[in-house]
Design a protein around this ligand. Structure first.
Ligand code: ADP
Length: 567
C-alpha cells in the first residue's frame, strides 16, 4: 500500500493515553520491556538453531505485545519474504501472505523490508516501521486509486491493528516482525519503538545464526565433496596410522571405514618391491616434508587381490612446522597397468611375428643365391615360393598393424562403394588357399547376391583374418566353409572351421585388444592377437556387427554383417 502525503490519516491512538494509563501503566510497560529483553537473551543462549530461536521469539513477542498474531518474515536472496515462524494467523491468510516477493508485490511489508518508509506519513515510524491501529479507517482515508495499488490483505482478513517492525544488522534489513490483531488500538507506538530497538539485537542474533548456517553448509559441501569424490582420499598421521578415509577409499580396498581408520597404512601395501618396500620409502619422504606426486605402488585389497595405484601426498604441518599428518590422493590405475602390460607383451609378440617370416625369407633368398649352381630349378622355385608366401603373410601382418594405428589415431576412413561380395570371397579364399593347401575350402553362396556397400580392401582384410585364423586354429585336412545369408538390410557372412573351438568364457574376451588364448592352450599357435580386433573395428566402421558361435571340440563359426547397397 503506498499512500501519498495528501491522503494521510492514521488510526493511531497511543495506548498509554487511553484510560488506565499513567504511572502504573508506565511501570507495567517498563517491566514488560525488561521481561522481553531478558527472555530474548535467554532464548538466544538456549537456541542452537535459528528456527528454534525464532519459534521462541514469536511466543515472547506475542506475550509482550498482547497481539493475537505474530510472525517473523525473513528476506531471501530471491526477494521472497516468507514467514519463518508465526503464530495466530489463519492458514488462508498465511498462504496468501507467505508468497510475497519484493520484486513483484506492493504492500507495507515490502516498503518496510526495502526501507521505503521515508514518506513522512504518520503510518511509518522514524525507526522504519509501519503502524496502523485501524486499517479500515486508514483505507477509508485514501483514494480508490491508491487503495487499488495495495493488496490490503491484513484488512481483508479483519486485522485492524497492524505493525511491521524491521530487524536489522549493521543497517541492512534482514526481515521484519509482523504484529496483528483484530481489535483496534492494540499496538501503542512505544511498543513498536521498543521492538525497533530490540530488532537490532534480534538482527545481530539472526546474522550470527545465518553465518553459522552458511559455515555449516559450506563444511557439509566440502565434506560431501571429500566423501563422494571418485578418487580415494586418506589422511595418515606421522605415526603411520590412518586417521581419515573417504568412501572411494573403502571401495578401492574393500575394507569398511572402521577397518581402515586406525590401521597402519603400510599394512595395506602388497608384499612386493613395488608395494610395501617402495611405500616405506615414500612414507619416509612424507615425514621429511617432501611433496609426493604420482608414485605408482601396489596395494592389497581385503580379498587379497592387488591394485595398482598412483599416490600423491601433501604434508600438513602444525604451528611449530612439524609434519603431523598427510593428505593423500590415491588413483586406481590397475586398468592402465594391465593395458601397459598387454602393450608390452604385444610389442614382444609383434616383433617375434615379424622376425619369423623375415628369417624364412632371408634364409630362402640367400640359399637360392649362394647355392644357385647346386640347386635344381624346382628347388630354387620352391625356395622363392616359400619366400614369396612368407612375404605375403608379413605384408598382411603389417597391414593389420597399419589399420590399428589408423584406428587409434581416429584416422580410419572407408572407401565404401557397391561391390560384389562373391568376387571378394573367391579371391580371398584363393589367396589363403595358396598359403595352406592342407585344408578343404568350401564356399556356399546363394545364386543371386545383391551388391554390398562396403570398402572392398577392408572386406578382404576381414575375410583374410578370419580365414587365416580358421587355418591356424583347426587341424590339417579340416573343412573351412565360407557362406553368405542375405537379410533385409544386410548380408551375414560366416567363416566356419572344425578346430578346437572356444569356451564361452574365452569367447567374451576374443575381440578385446591384444587378446590371445594361445598361451593357455597346450599346443599354442603363434600370433599377435591383432586379427580379430581389426576385424571388429572394420566391421563396426561399416555399421555391422561381428560375433562367434563355438563349442569346445566342435569348431567355431565367426559371423559378421555388412550393409547392402541400395544404389
Ligand atoms: P592371433 O590369431 O594373432 O592370436 P586374433 O586376434 O586373430 O589373434 O585371435 C585372437 C585369439 O582368438 C587367438 O589367439 C586364438 O586363441 C583365438 N582364435 C581366433 N580364431 C579362432 C578360431 N577359429 N578357433 C579357435 N580359436 C581362435
Amino acid at each position: 500500500m503506498s499512500i501519498s502525503k495528501k491522503n494521510r490519516r492514521v488510526a493511531w491512538e497511543p495506548s498509554h493515553s487511553s484510560p488506565g494509563a499513567g504511572v502504573e501503566g508506565t511501570t507495567a510497560s517498563v517491566q514488560a520491556e525488561r521481561d522481553l529483553l531478558i527472555s530474548i537473551l535467554e532464548t538466544l543462549s538456549q537456541s542452537r538453531h535459528m528456527n528454534e530461536y525464532l519459534e521462541r521469539l514469536v511466543r515472547q513477542v506475542k506475550k509482550y505485545s498482547g497481539c493475537c498474531c505474530v510472525g517473523i518474515r525473513l528476506l531471501d536472496d530471491d526477494g521472497n519474504i516468507p514467514y519463518v515462524s508465526y503464530t495466530g494467523f489463519s492458514r488462508e491468510f498465511y498462504e496468501i501472505e507467505n508468497s510475497l516477493c519484493i520484486k513483484s508485490d506492493k504492500c507495507m511489508c515490502v516498503n518496510v523490508i526495502m526501507g521505503n518508509t521515508q514518506s513522512g506519513l504518520p503510518s511509518y515510524t522514524k525507526g522504519g516501521s509501519f503502524l496502523s491501529n485501524g486499517t479500515t479507517k486508514l483505507l477509508a482515508s485514501v483514494s480508490e486509486e491508491l487503495k487499488g495499488q495495495t493488496r490490503n490483505v491484513c484488512n481483508q482478513y479483519g486485522y485492524e491493528s497492524v505493525a511491521l517492525v524491521p530487524m536489522k544488522h549493521k543497517g541492512k534489513i534482514l526481515g521484519l516482525i509482523h504484529l496483528a490483531d483484530k481489535s483496534e488500538n492494540k499496538i501503542p507506538l512505544e511498543r513498536v519503538q521498543f521492538l525497533e530497538r530490540v530488532g537490532v539485537y534480534i538482527g545481530e542474533a539472526l546474522h550470527k545464526f545465518m553465518a553459522e548456517e552458511a559455515l555449516e553448509e559450506s563444511e557439509k559441501h566440502y565434506r560431501d565433496l571429500y566423501e563422494e569424490a571418485p578418487n580415494a582420499y586418506f589422511s595418515v598421521g606421522a605415526d603411520g596410522y590412518i586417521k581419515r578415509a573417504n568412501r572411494s577409499a573403502t571401495e578401492l580396498l574393500g575394507y569398511s571405514l572402521d577397518e581402515l581408520i586406525g590401521r597402519p597404512v603400510l599394512d595395506l601395501y602388497a608384499d612386493t618391491p613395488t608395494g610395501k618396500a617402495k611405500a616405506q620409502g615414500v612414507f619416509q619422504r612424507f615425514l621429511a616434508g617432501e611433496e609426493i606426486r604420482d608414485e605408482e605402488l601396489e596395494m592389497c585389497r581385503a580379498d587379497g587381490n592387488k591394485v595398482w595405484i598412483s599416490l600423491s601426498v601433501r604434508s600438513v604441518r602444525n604451528k611449530n612446522g612439524q609434519v603431523v599428518t598427510s593428505r593423500s590422493v590415491v588413483v586406481d590405475i590397475t586398468e592402465r597397468k594391465k593395458l601397459d602390460q598387454l602393450k608390452d607383451e604385444f610389442i614382444g609378440l609383434v616383433s617375434h611375428e615379424l622376425r619369423s617370416p623375415l628369417t624364412v625369407i632371408t634364409g630362402a633368398v640367400n640359399t637360392a643365391l649362394t647355392e644357385a649352381e647346386r640347386l635344381s630349378p624346382e628347388e630354387t622355385h620352391q625356395l622363392l615360393k616359400d619366400a614369396a608366401l612368407e612375404a605375403e603373410s608379413l605384408s598382411h601382418l603389417l597391414g593389420n598393424l597399419l589399420e590399428l594405428s589408423r584406428m587409434q589415431a581416429n584416422r580410419l576412413f572407408l572407401h565404401a562403394e557397391p561391390i560384389s561380395v562373391k568376387k571378394v570371397i573367391q579371391s580371398t579364399v584363393e589367396e589363403v588357399k595358396r598359403q595352406s593347401s592342407a585344408h578343404q575350402f568350401v564356399v556356399n553362396l546363394p545364386r543371386k547376391l545383391p551388391p554390398l556397400y562396403a570398402d572392398e580392401l577392408r572386406l578382404e582384410r576381414i575375410l583374410y583374418n578370419l580365414l587365416e585364423n580358421a587355418v591356424k586354429y583347426s587341424p590339417q585336412g579340416g573343412e573351412i566353409r565360407v557362406f553368405v545369408k542375405p537379410e533385409e538390410e544386410y548380408l551375414v557372412i560366416g567363416v566356419s572351421d572344425q578346430g578346437s573351438g572356444i569356451s564361452p568364457a574365452d569367447q567374451a574376451k576374443l575381440f578385446r585388444p591384444f587378446q590371445r588364448l594361445e598361451e593357455s592352450r597346450p599346443d599354442g599357435v603363434g600370433g599377435a592377437g591383432l586379427g580379430l580386433l581389426v576385424c571388429r573395428r572394420l566391421v563396426e566402421a561399416h555399421g555391422g556387427r561381428i560375433w562367434v558361435e563355438s563349442e569346445p571340440g566342435r569348431g567355431s563359426t565367426f559371423f559378421f554383417t555388412m550393409p547392402l547397397s541400395h544404389g
